[in-house]
Design a protein around this ligand. Sequence first.
Ligand SMILES: NC(=O)c1ccc[n+]([C@@H]2O[C@H](COP(=O)([O-])OP(=O)(O)OC[C@H]3O[C@@H](n4cnc5c(N)ncnc54)[C@H](OP(=O)(O)O)[C@@H]3O)[C@@H](O)[C@H]2O)c1
Length: 205
Amino acid sequence: MLRPSNRDNDSQGHDNALRAFDRSLEELGLDHLDLFLIHWPLPAKGLFVETWKALEEIYRSGRAKAIGVSNFQPRHLRRLLENSDVVPAVNRIEVHPYLTQDEVRAFGAEHEIATEAWSPIAQGKVLDDPTLNRIAEREGKSPAQVTLRWHVQRGDIVFPKIGDPEAHRGELRPLRLRAPEGDIGEISALNRNERTGFDPDRFNG
Ligand SMILES: NC(=O)c1ccc[n+]([C@@H]2O[C@H](COP(=O)([O-])OP(=O)(O)OC[C@H]3O[C@@H](n4cnc5c(N)ncnc54)[C@H](OP(=O)(O)O)[C@@H]3O)[C@@H](O)[C@H]2O)c1
């Protein structure tokens, strides 16, 4: 994936965000982006609404085909929707069987904001889970395959990191199969609200 260097959290605020977008285009050598996101809400800074106004301008200019947010909780999304015109296309949040994110996903579904799951296999932490291993063994799949299937069947976009594409090449195949609803429910019940990353309500850059 192409990735500009200025993706961090010091670029919030209207003018900073416009400059960050220009720098991103320049570093990537592109004339537009398919999707541009606010990385974290950084609630203590109180700048995400102002930052979103800049993203709306970029979107209206056609230089980003879609704009969205990442790590936003319902209260952040609600504030954004009350103070803006463009609904985020996507909210990219940490989701995996140990952090099922029911509340923020439901809010997204209600407002047509797609949920995109980062750390979809919890950086490997779910791969030893007995329930996932039992289902995987029964289906002749790997625990990672079963987990990705769970995400897709719940309607989320998955954003796994694959350092070694050759090693994990076959892993996307099960996405074409449907898992029994009982499996989906059983995997969802593994939730323990356990994060691998920061808490969006507390992280402020
Ligand atoms: N928006 C945000 O705030 C945010 C925050 C954190 C992460 N992210 C992004 O989310 C993406 C994924 O998150 P992540 O890297 O934290 O976690 P992840 O995708 O849950 O886990 C990645 C790890 O899982 C391994 N893996 C991948 N597919 C596998 C498979 N089929 N079987 C066994 N192991 C497998 C990878 O190993 P190999 O290296 O061997 O392939 C890698 O070590 C990254 O691109 C990251 O940049 C976004």
